[in-house]
Design a protein around this ligand. Structure first.
Ligand code: AMP
Ligand code: MG
Length: 493
């Protein structure tokens, strides 16, 4: 077999051409001893990249940014952002690079981006590198999210660099190659706005409108009277839907800074994220989120806060004068709550196996009473909803056994079963397998030590989350009691 030359992997430099003020041409650090740890073959095929070629020497160098195809121009992207509520006018890709764009087999333009590729002018105090553990963590969790049907950036590969990175201890270094429908963030708009250059802001907004097809569908935004308002409305809508999906599956992003909020509505930047086990809105796993700003139950409010920051950035495009611009933005942002609530309620109705068209107030009360019971009983979110599918088919015990307050549960189940829930439909939306924290840690520890077996098995499980398979019981079970409460996740920076 001949090894494909790097030019097999052609990339565009569209972002660099369209927004040069926000794109610093840069290069990835050369990896001393590259070793491909994991390659996402289905995604590679979707991108029109030959998996066998990617596994070859030149392919691996391509995945590290060390072999740049002709025509490509890797850049560090500039963005700003509110981090834990405090504004930072200059964040940007401090350990990442946009390699370029490619058109996938479905005709969609996708970004190919690296994380852990070395220092850039945006690195501030950081070393620009990433460790194997956190990069594999992003791989596993983002692929699990994709399999759950939740919009997300995706992982194409993780390559170990052979270079140690120094955190509390020396760790093996790695580069993640990831794919996104774009890397435009709320922070990108904050950056453009802060330059004071309204034409740059307008160009950025035009790029976003074109890139995300806003207006090419039914919403008619590109032709709309106010295309920038339509852009804003679109981001409000996709974020409302995204965060509702996080809540329904128990996902905690962990670091919902404005630079980690996409214009596309894809989940991005998997750092200290984790799935909640026992239901509790106050759940926080991130070691740096001492105040609980990004706790599970706060996520919808934080999303709304982040969208307000986007509105502020867009004001000069919404209207000539400040006052009508603010009015338009406020009206658009007001739609977040009803959109979020509608998405959440529709998702919850599906999780409960109930048909559309039931009385909203009745199903709303049913869902709220359930959440109270789940929280009071510290019931495992994922196990419960899956077990409830069996209850719909008449086998109530698996769900009932998760509660101590049996009377409370029995009364609730009676109300719910009176609505004739559909257990089969529930099994299609309530996962058996999520990347549980203890399993993720186990897989990453093994991989860091050189054993990729547990990671491969975990990936097989979580990428088919709805399909219950014999022999995989331990992947469906909550963490052992001694693991749970003190569990902390780290940014891995
Ligand atoms: P994150 O928390 O991953 O969203 O990153 C927030 C900001 O810190 C971004 O500007 C990153 O590029 C930057 N950053 C994170 N880790 C590093 C690192 N190891 N070296 C340089 N910059 C980093
Ligand atoms: Mg980030």
């Amino acid at each position: 077999m001949s090894i494909a030359p790097p030019s097999t992997f052609s990339l565009d430099d569209r972002f660099a051409r369209e927004l040069p003020e926000m794109a610093l041409p840069w290069h990835a650090e050369v990896a001393p001893e590259p070793r491909l740890l994991v390659l996402n073959e289905p995604l590679a095929a979707e991108l029109g990249l030959d998996p066998a070629a990617l596994r070859g020497d030149d392919g691996v160098r391509f995945l590290l940014g060390n072999a740049v195809p002709p025509g490509a121009r890797p850049v560090a992207q500039a963005y700003a952002g509110h981090q834990f509520g405090g504004y930072n006018p200059r964040l940007g890709d401090g350990r990442a690079l946009l390699l370029g764009e490619l058109v996938d087999t479905g005709g969609r333009l996708r970004d190919l981006h690296l994380k852990g590729s070395g220092r850039t002018p945006f690195s501030r105090g950081g070393d620009g590198f990433a460790a194997v553990g956190p990069m594999l963590r992003e791989y596993v969790i983002s692929e699990a999210m994709h399999a759950l049907g939740i919009p997300t950036t995706r992982a194409l590969a993780v390559v170990a660099t052979g270079r140690p990175v120094y955190r509390e201890t020396a760790l093996p270094g790695a580069v993640l190659a990831r794919v996104a429908s774009s890397h435009l963030r709320v922070g990108s708009f904050q950056y453009a706005r802060s330059t004071g250059d309204v034409e740059l802001l307008r160009r950025l907004a035009d790029v976003a409108i074109e890139r995300h097809g806003i207006g090419s569908g039914d919403d008619g935004a590109a032709e709309a009277e106010n295309r920038y308002l339509a852009l804003y409305e679109s981001v409000v809508a996709v974020q409302a839907s995204l965060v509702a999906q996080w809540m329904l599956v128990g996902f905690i992003h962990g670091v919902m800074n404005t630079d980690n909020v996409t214009i596309s509505g894809e989940t991005i930047d998997y750092g200290p994220c984790a799935f909640m086990e026992a239901v509790d809105p106050a759940t926080v796993y991130s070691s740096i989120d001492a105040g609980g700003r990004y706790a599970y139950g706060n996520q919808p409010l934080i999303a709304e806060w982040n969208l307000a920051r986007l509105a502020e950035s867009l004001l000069p495009l919404l209207a000539e004068e400040q006052e009508p611009a603010v009015e338009l933005a406020v009206t658009a942002l007001k739609r977040f709550r009803p959109q979020y609530s509608a998405a959440w309620a529709a998702g919850m109705r599906a999780k409960l196996g109930l048909p559309e068209g039931l009385d909203d107030a009745a199903t709303g009360a049913l869902a709220e009473d359930l959440l109270e019971l789940l929280q009071a009983g510290h019931v495992d979110h994922t196990s419960f909803f899956r077990a409830l599918g069996a209850a719909a088919r008449g086998d109530v015990d698996p769900a009932r056994n998760l509660f101590l307050d049996l009377a409370g549960f029995d009364a609730w189940v009676q109300r719910w079963r009176a609505l004739s829930p559909d257990g089969e439909a529930m099994d299609r939306v309530n996962p058996v397998y999520i990347p549980r924290n203890h399993l993720v840690e186990e897989a990453l520890d093994a991989a860091t030590g050189g054993d990729l077996g547990p990671l491969g098995r975990l990936l097989e499980v979580v990428t088919r989350p709805f399909e219950e398979r014999p022999g995989l019981e331990r992947y469906a079970a909550p963490a052992p009691a001694d693991f749970g409460a003190a569990y902390r996740t780290f940014c891995g920076t």
